[in-house]
Design a protein around this ligand. Structure first.
Ligand code: SAH
Length: 218
């Protein structure tokens, strides 16, 4: 192996080791995360730190989540290859790219048009043809494509938004951070049963807030 190739192999091993040591054990999720290089999703100054298990800044004042949190959320969502998934909060597109390897179809929405445009370019470059990225206020879900088997929200709301709960199929699962402040949030899982909704609290997390309306860039 050339030095470059062995550096990349070493970095990948460390990346996967960090995921496992933080509790990402689902083989389908680990395989998906091995396939998706985080590098292209981070531009500029922080690009060099793409392989660290750290959240990093992206355009529009947003953040790409920590890889282990992406792994834990993907695992908690229990995605199957038949699922149609909605992600609210496209950001860099990294989480959507992981979901595209786990699901049949992925819709991802962000209130910032610039993020949707940039993420769509990466999906095209990577040939991830089962993802559709849309500029919209995701707190209303995506009524045209509803209902969904799985919904993942990657920005924190005070409570699970009603329209998202309404767009979840029976047997469907939604994973989202909830909390009243920027600092104290819990990752929860909501399952729609025949008779109602079941809630599980998973772990403390810290996400940017879910904001109403479109970004200033449309
Ligand atoms: N999943 C992303 C990280 C998301 S950061 C990744 O893998 O990189 C949270 C994102 O939620 C931001 O891009 C922010 O613009 C978006 N967001 C916040 N409120 C929103 C809303 N109401 N509708 C859609 N997107 C929203």
């Amino acid at each position: 192996m050339t030095d470059d190739a062995s550096d990349i192999a070493e970095r990948k091993m460390q990346f996967l080791f960090a995921l496992r040591s933080k509790g990402v054990t689902d083989m389908r999720v680990l395989t998906a995360m091995e396939k998706v290089d985080r590098g292209p999703f981070i531009r500029g100054y922080f690009a060099a730190r793409a392989y660290e298990d750290m959240p990093l800044p992206i355009a529009c004042g947003q953040t790409i989540s920590q890889p282990s949190v992406v792994g834990l959320m993907s695992q908690a969502l229990q995605v199957t290859p038949r699922d149609k998934v909605l992600e609210v909060g496209t950001g860099s597109g990294y989480q959507a790219a992981i979901l595209s390897h786990l699901a049949r179809r992925v819709y991802t929405v962000d209130r910032h048009k610039r993020l949707v445009t940039e993420a769509s370019e990466i999906f095209r470059d990577l040939d991830l043809t089962n993802i559709t990225a849309v500029t919209a206020d995701g707190s209303f879900g995506l009524p045209d494509q509803a209902p969904f088997d799985r919904i993942l929200v990657t920005a924190a709301a005070e409570d699970p938004p009603g329209p998202l709960l309404a767009q979840l199929k029976i047997g469907g699962i939604m994973v989202l951070p909830v909390g009243q402040s920027d600092t104290v949030q819990s990752l929860i899982r909501v399952t729609r049963t025949e008779t109602g909704l079941d809630y599980d609290e998973l772990r403390p997390v810290r996400f940017v807030p879910l904001v109403e309306g479109l970004g200033r860039d449309g």
